[in-house]
Design a protein around this ligand. Structure first.
Ligand code: UDP
Ligand code: MG
Length: 302
């Protein structure tokens, strides 16, 4: 059996259609399956829609969160309750084409254990968005040593891979990167991102920037090393300037004026503050991890 995990946040207009389209296509391909909708604390009628669909279709199951915990948490909740020998994760707005899901399933039957959906093109995005996405994925690819530029959350995993993911105890999870990190026999399938039919993207520019910074901090310690290197460079400059100042002093021509002092003070103070800020950010990540809070809270499930 295949499980399909569908994280849903304020998708009232899409639930019924997605359930119908997926059931039809998977039935016609004779693929035994279950659909798992994860309601990520929607504020619209998504919960009602999911319950309605679950009454109508015997292959539909669900998890309801007590509040919005984010897509990553929703994906992991779906993985945790899935029963299939393989588990697919896809968006419930049908932007990930169901035909590709069938293609992935066939590859799984051939023995692949991780089948990744790769975006053929990045769909309709503004220039600004493209530049930001490129920078983010550039850094992430370096940090994870995996090419992430066209990665998506559309994937099919074998039970073994799912269990490996679920065994990861981290509070902050990043499905896209972790499903590559675990290894296994991997292949990829290209797909064209579809237009969203109903509703709108849940990502604002601000939320994307936050998401990017968080994921970089969780996957890479490079910013911490940058602090050290900046310190070293400033130290070298300080030594050179110090020697020069001393020579001038002994020659009887001391550097003059408060201006120099003020500029130096401002410069070092800001470098120090930024350094402390970066260290503090990592500290807050460690704090989140040691608190050992659950990734999500379930209010209802079937
Ligand atoms: N989603 C979620 N929780 C959130 C935000 C989004 O479960 O906090 C789900 C959403 O319902 C959709 C998928 O994640 O199924 C992708 O979201 P969206 O379509 O808004 O992103 P985009 O396709 O624009 O990248
Ligand atoms: Mg979408």
């Amino acid at each position: 059996m295949m499980s399909v995990v569908l994280p849903s946040y304020n998708e009232e207009g899409m639930i019924e259609k997605t359930a119908k389209v997926l059931t039809e296509i998977l039935d016609s391909e004779k693929i035994d399956h279950e659909l798992i909708f994860v309601n990520d604390g929607s504020s619209d009628n998504t919960q009602f829609e999911i319950e309605k669909v679950a009454d109508k279709y015997p292959n539909v199951r669900y998890v309801m969160f007590s509040r919005n915990f984010g897509k990553e948490a929703a994906i992991f909740a779906g993985l945790a309750i899935s029963k299939g020998e393989c588990v697919a994760v896809m968006d419930c707005d049908l932007q990930h084409p169901p035909a590709t899901l069938v293609e992935m399933y066939r590859l799984w039957e051939q023995g692949y254990e991780v089948i990744e959906g790769v975006k053929k093109t990045r769909g309709k995005e503004s220039v600004m968005y493209k530049v930001c996405a490129k920078t983010f994925y550039g850094i992430m690819s370096k940090a994870t040593k995996i090419d992430m530029s066209r990665a998506s959350d559309f994937k099919l995993l074998d039970r073994k891979a799912v269990n490996s993911l679920l065994a990861i105890p981290e509070y902050h999870v990043f499905f896209r990167a972790m499903s590559s990190w675990i290894g296994y026999k991997t292949t990829s399938v290209e797909f064209e991102v579809q237009e969203r039919e109903v509703g709108e993207s849940k990502w604002s520019f601000k939320s994307l920037v936050k998401y990017a910074i968080n994921n970089i901090a969780e996957y890479s310690s490079a910013p911490l090393h940058i602090v050290t290197w900046t310190g070293l460079i400033v130290f070298i400059i300080a030594v050179i300037l110090g020697i020069q100042t001393l020579i001038q002093f002994f020659l009887g021509k001391a550097a003059e004026g408060f201006t120099t002092v003020i500029l130096l003070q401002l410069f070092t103070a800001s470098i120090l503050m930024i350094g402390i800020g970066i260290v503090g950010f990592y500290l807050s990540k460690v704090y989140d991890e040691v608190k050992r809070r659950p990734r999500y809270i379930i209010s209802k499930m079937k």
